[in-house]
Structure formats: C-alpha cells, structure tokens
Design a protein around this ligand. Structure first.
Ligand code: OAD
Length: 245
C-alpha cells in the first residue's frame, strides 16, 4: 500500500517543474537534534515554550534562556546532516532551480548539507541581535561577554536571532516562501507537526493554489488533512527514496 503511494509520489516529483519543500524539526531528529513536540523527547515536554521561546520569557530569565540557546548551539557542533538533508541538497544540485527549500529549522543542517537558497522562516540559531533597539554605543562585536553578552555602556543585551512566539517572521523570507508555495506544482511537507502558523499555512496555500501536497512524517500531523498523500516514515528514509535522481 505505502509502496504504491511511494511510486505515485515519485512520479509527481518527476513531473513537477517546481517543487517546494517545507521542513520542520523532525527532519533533524535522525541527526540527534531533539524536536519540540514529540512526547518524552521533544523540548516542549521538558520546558514551557512561553519561558524559552518568547521575549517575555527572555526578559524574565535572560541567563536561563540564553544558556539554553548556548546549549543548543553546542549540541549542533556534534551532529551532522542526515540522509534526508543530503537528498534535498543533491536534488537541488542535480536540478538547479527546481526545488525551493523552506525550513522552520534554525539549526543550519540544510545549509551544511549543501542546500542553497534556504528560506529560514524562523531565523538562525547562530545569529545574535540586540534585544532592545540599539543605541550608538551598541556594536555587536563589542558586546561584553556574559550570559547574555551585553553592551557595557547602556546594558542592552544580545538575544538569539530566532523567531519567538508572538514575533513577526522575517518579511522578505516569508514572502519568498509564500511565492514558492503559490507557484509550486508539488509541496513536500517533511518532519513538521504543522502546528505553528503562519509557517504551517504555506502547505494550505500551496494546496489552495492547485499544488499537490505530500506529508512525510512517521506520526499523524495537523497537515495530514491538507495532503493528497501521506507517507508514514522518517525523512532520512523517505526523502532519498522520493528524490533519487
Ligand atoms: P515539532 O516538534 O512540532 O514536530 C516535529 C514533527 O516531526 C512531528 O510531527 C514528528 O512526528 C515528526 N518527526 C519526528 N521524527 C521524525 C523523523 N525522523 N522524520 C520525519 N518526521 C519526524 O516541530 P516543528 O513542526 O518544526 O518554532 O515545530 C514548528 C515550530 O515550533 C518550530 O520551528 C519552533 C517550535 O516551537 C520556534 O521556535 C519559533
């Protein structure tokens, strides 16, 4: 049954002139990076998103939140892209301009796998920016070391360059993602629970604009109802099978 579906989707991949791929934390799970919402192992089973992924949480406990992002940065040093990331990058290299990669992940693994033009709609774990509007005295490179590093003169603090709950997504990046969703003939949605908007809405936009939508996930997701086909399995197993040259 799943074999038939896999063959069908492979055919859709071959036919599609433009493919958009929306990835989430599950795509990095097989590299050893925790997801957010998986029971037991997901970050939100351990922490409250309100504490660790909002501006209010950061202002309330800057050291705790900064250290958690530092921990996640350090974790990334010991992990590598997996077969799912590599399959996406190999497809882009073999078919220039045919696949636009949109990711909710901030871990940089798609880029490390060799993917190009990655639309990171939730920012970058490794970037820093000022928490408050910088004054003339705040120069990123002059930030005084600390948890978090800060401006010695005015006390402004650095924060990780990721999108927190309640914040705007980077506008130009999200607009490019919306264009890809509207222009594609096929959207692959891999490794996301589909619970966070507006990113999850990209799959529904693609569907509304006439694209086929395929969900790749070992467990039910909130986007299954928007899919023409749901493939149950992991991204490191299924993406190489779908995207083989
Ligand atoms: P979630 O943690 O919400 O969902 C991960 C999804 O990956 C689940 O549906 C799992 O079933 C699936 N999954 C687990 N292992 C997998 C594997 N090996 N292969 C494929 N799928 C697998 O992560 P996201 O949907 O990415 O936002 O979460 C969206 C956003 O919520 C994140 O970007 C983050 C988070 O809070 C911010 O930090 C702003």
């Amino acid at each position: 049954m799943q074999e038939d579906r896999l063959d069908t989707v492979r055919g859709w991949v071959q036919e599609a002139r433009h493919i958009a791929v929306l990835t989430g934390a599950g795509v990095s799970a097989e590299s050893g990076v925790p997801t957010f919402r998986d029971a037991q192992t997901g970050y939100w089973a351990q922490f409250r998103a309100e504490d660790m992924a909002t501006e209010e949480g950061f202002r309330a406990h800057p050291e705790r939140v900064w250290n958690w992002y530092q921990h996640r940065r350090q974790l990334m040093e010991g992990v590598a892209p997996n077969a799912g990331h590599l399959a996406l990058a190999a497809f882009q290299a073999a078919h220039p301009g045919r696949l636009t990669l949109i990711t909710q992940n901030v871990d940089g693994l798609h880029q490390r796998a060799g993917s190009t033009g990655v639309l990171c709609v939730h920012g970058d774990l490794f970037a820093n920016r000022w928490l408050d509007t910088p004054r003339n005295c705040c120069h990123i490179d002059d930030a005084v070391a600390g948890s978090p590093p800060h401006c010695d003169r005015c006390g402004n603090r650095l924060r990780p360059g990721v999108v927190w709950f309640g914040e705007m997504l980077p506008l130009a990046v999200f607009e490019a993602a919306e264009r890809a969703a509207q222009d594609c003939e096929l959207m692959l949605v891999a490794g996301t629970a589909g619970a966070v908007y507006p990113a999850a809405g990209l799959a529904r936009q693609a569907r509304a604009a006439g694209a086929r939508v395929v969900v790749v996930n070992p467990a039910p997701s909130e986007l299954d109802d928007a899919a023409d086909a749901v493939l149950r399995g992991t991204s490191a197993t299924l993406l190489p099978q779908l995207l083989q040259a």
